[in-house]
Design a protein around this ligand. Structure first.
Ligand code: 4NP
Length: 154
C-alpha cells in the first residue's frame, strides 16, 4: 500500500489545497507513489474550489490547484491516512480530538521544515503577500516531509 498523507487546515480552500498541490508536484517529479489529499476541520466551503487568490498566487509559481474541491475531515480519515498534517495549532488540536485512537502520525506541517516558525498562518483575511508566504512555508515543509518519507521508503 502507498504511504498516504492528508493535509488539513480550517476551510480547505487556502492552505491545505496549496499543500496538496505543491507536495503532489514534488512527489510526481520524483516519480514516487504517495496518496495525497486535503481537508478542512470546518465544512463551510465543502464542494468549492480553492480561493481565487490562492489559485492565482499558486499558478504564478507553477502549481495548478483548479481541480481541487473542499471537503471536511471525518472520522474515517483518522484510519485511512499514515500522516495527518495540520497547518496550525488550532487545527492540530481539532484533528487530535477527532482522531484519539489513530495510528497516523499527526503533526504540524512546519515540524518538517527548517523554519523557526511553527504555523502556516491563515491568509484568508489578509493581503496578497500572505498567500506568497503560505507557499514559501509549504515549499520548505514539503521538502522536509518528502526527505523523511524517502528515508522511510529506502
Ligand atoms: P484555510 O483558510 O483554512 O487556509 O482554507 C480559510 C478559509 C476560510 C475561512 C478561514 C480560513 N473562513 O473563515 O471562511
Amino acid at each position: 500500500m502507498n504511504i498516504s498523507i492528508l493535509f488539513v487546515c480550517l476551510g480547505n480552500i487556502c492552505r491545505s489545497p496549496a499543500a496538496e498541490g505543491i507536495f503532489r508536484k514534488m512527489v510526481d517529479e520524483e516519480k514516487l507513489a504517495i496518496d495525497i489529499d486535503s481537508a478542512g476541520t470546518g465544512g463551510w466551503h465543502t464542494g468549492k474550489p480553492p480561493d481565487p487568490r490562492m489559485q492565482k498566487t499558486a499558478l504564478a509559481r507553477g502549481y495548478n490547484l483548479s481541480t481541487l474541491r473542499a471537503r471536511q475531515i471525518n472520522r474515517q480519515d483518522c484510519q485511512n491516512f499514515d500522516y495527518i498534517i495540520a497547518m496550525d495549532k488550532d487545527n492540530l488540536r481539532e484533528i487530535k480530538r477527532l482522531c484519539p485512537n489513530s495510528k497516523a502520525e499527526i503533526k504540524l506541517f512546519l515540524d518538517y521544515a527548517p523554519s523557526s516558525k511553527t504555523e502556516v498562518p491563515d491568509p484568508y483575511y489578509g493581503g496578497r503577500e500572505g498567500f506568497n508566504i503560505v507557499i514559501d512555508l509549504i515549499e520548505d515543509a514539503s521538502a522536509g516531509l518528502l526527505a523523511k518519507i524517502k528515508e522511510q521508503l529506502a
